[in-house]
Ligand binder design. Structure first.
Ligand SMILES: NC(=O)c1ccc[n+]([C@@H]2O[C@H](COP(=O)([O-])OP(=O)(O)OC[C@H]3O[C@@H](n4cnc5c(N)ncnc54)[C@H](O)[C@@H]3O)[C@@H](O)[C@H]2O)c1
Ligand SMILES: [Zn+2]
Length: 398
């Protein structure tokens, strides 16, 4: 409505507020992170203020401390050795590892209470050491306390080192929905120490490799061939191969976040989530008894077969993908996939609408047009997807 000086009516006016915020943070690969002579953590803390004595609190995955009983003392000793720049405000706090910490808001609240009691401010550091679940929950604590306290991630599983740890998201589960509460919050630094991975249960080592196969499938055919070539070494967790697999996978993730044009997932697409729509549903159908990576492996096999049925992917490539995943140690079927609702529909297919809902906007699913080439589609034919499920079940002899 135009303004009229005689009647005094106001016109609507719009001013565009516009700014952008550059983010940068180091992602370091090291070993012996808490060896007193290793400068990586010290350097990370001092990146912006080299002479300050930084206040730090450490939350640590109790699964990790069980496997590394010496770790708590090592962290304290490291802080003493670097006391000129580090003020560890209290002993490291062990928190439940795995999905447990993400499934009860009490843990988030209690960590925030600790930050409050110790008067940590926005320039203090919250360091999280552990698997993806602990990083997600403590990342949320850091991002929301005082609207954002500096946060350093020390991922200790294959999956968190090659995928979630280098990402920009955190979150916990609520109302039975994975990552229902969470934020996008780039960390201050990510410090990967391969030594930790050695003590991971085999099941988790295998599970973490799913994300490497995934990113290779949608982005990098050469990396996929590399995984095939080194599958003997990877299947036996040989250190050099694991290190290279983790590094390349992390690099490809970092590249997607910085160059993909949508680091905070404002659009409807989530290109890195190949195989994930059914994986998320399978995780919740099994109440997280199936690990994320295990579910992603099944999801990738399912969507590879679907892509063949839909005429996108050359027949035979889905077998190649399944063979590699099985060789690495994955099972490509779970009975929960066959669950049917009252209407007779496969319950797993609800994962499609739930996936769309989590992202908002139009349904966008990444499928394969070739190995190394992900394409986005906006429709999934349920009849073909049912056929793909049947194929997967028959293939597994289930
Ligand atoms: N934020 C993101 O972008 C993102 C991306 C992918 C996955 N995730 C989340 O990550 C979580 C899965 O993470 P994960 O696969 O790292 O598993 P996890 O965090 O569930 O850990 C698995 C188990 O390993 C233990 N553990 C951790 N480090 C260990 C070590 N070095 N030695 C021995 N035991 C150790 C833990 O205590 C736990 O029992 C899921 O909640 C998933 O939603 C987040
Ligand atoms: Zn994933």
């Amino acid at each position: 409505m135009p303004s009229d000086a005689r009647t005094g009516e106001q016109a609507s006016t719009t001013q565009w507020q516009r700014f952008s915020v550059p983010y940068e943070f180091p992602v370091v690969f090291t070993d012996g992170l808490f060896d007193p002579e290793n400068p990586v953590l010290r350097d990370a803390l001092c990146r912006l203020e080299p002479t300050k004595r930084h206040r730090i609190i450490v939350f640590i995955d109790d699964g990790l401390t069980a496997a590394h009983p010496e770790l708590l003392a090592a962290i304290t000793a490291y802080a003493h050795r670097h006391a000129d720049v580090m003020d560890l405000v209290r002993d490291p706090i062990a928190v439940p590892g795995g999905e447990k910490i993400k499934s009860d808001l009490h843990f988030v609240e209690s960590a925030q209470q600790t930050l409050f009691e110790l008067h940590l401010d926005r320039h203090s550091f919250v360091i999280a050491i552990g698997g993806g679940a602990v990083l997600d929950a403590i990342g949320l604590v850091a991002a929301t306390t005082h609207r954002g306290v500096r946060h350093i991630r020390v991922p200790t599983t294959v999956l968190s080192q090659n995928d979630s740890g280098v990402g920009v998201k955190n979150g916990v589960n609520l109302h039975g929905v994975k990552n229902f509460v969470g934020t996008f919050a780039p960390p201050f630094a990510v410090l990967n120490d391969l030594d930790f991975v050695a003590t991971l249960p085999e099941r988790d080592k295998i599970a973490g490799m799913a994300e490497a196969v995934k990113v290779a499938l949608i982005r990098d055919a050469e990396f996929f061939s590399w995984i095939e070539r080194y599958s003997d070494d990877l299947a036996t967790f040989e250190r050099a191969a694991m290190a290279q697999m983790i590094r390349r996978c992390a690099e490809l993730h970092m590249h997607q976040i910085s160059r993909g044009g949508d680091p905070f997932e404002m659009g409807s697409a989530r290109p890195l989530d190949y195989g994930h729509w059914s994986a998320h549903k399978l995780e919740s159908l099994t109440r997280n008894h199936v690990r994320h990576g295990e579910a992603v492996a099944i999801g990738m096999a399912l969507d590879a077969r679907y892509a063949v049925l839909a005429g996108l992917l050359v027949q035979g490539e889905e077998q190649r993908i399944c063979a590699l995943l099985e060789y690495l140690g994955f099972d490509l079927w779970h009975p929960a996939l066959a669950r049917q609702g009252a209407s007779g529909e496969w319950v797993i297919l609800e994962g499609l609408s739930e996936f769309r809902e989590h992202l908002g906007g139009e349904l966008t699913i990444t499928l394969l047009a070739d190995i190394g080439v992900g394409v986005e589609v906006h429709e999934i034919d349920p009849a073909l997807m049912r056929q793909a499920l049947v194929w997967l079940r028959e293939r597994a002899g289930a």
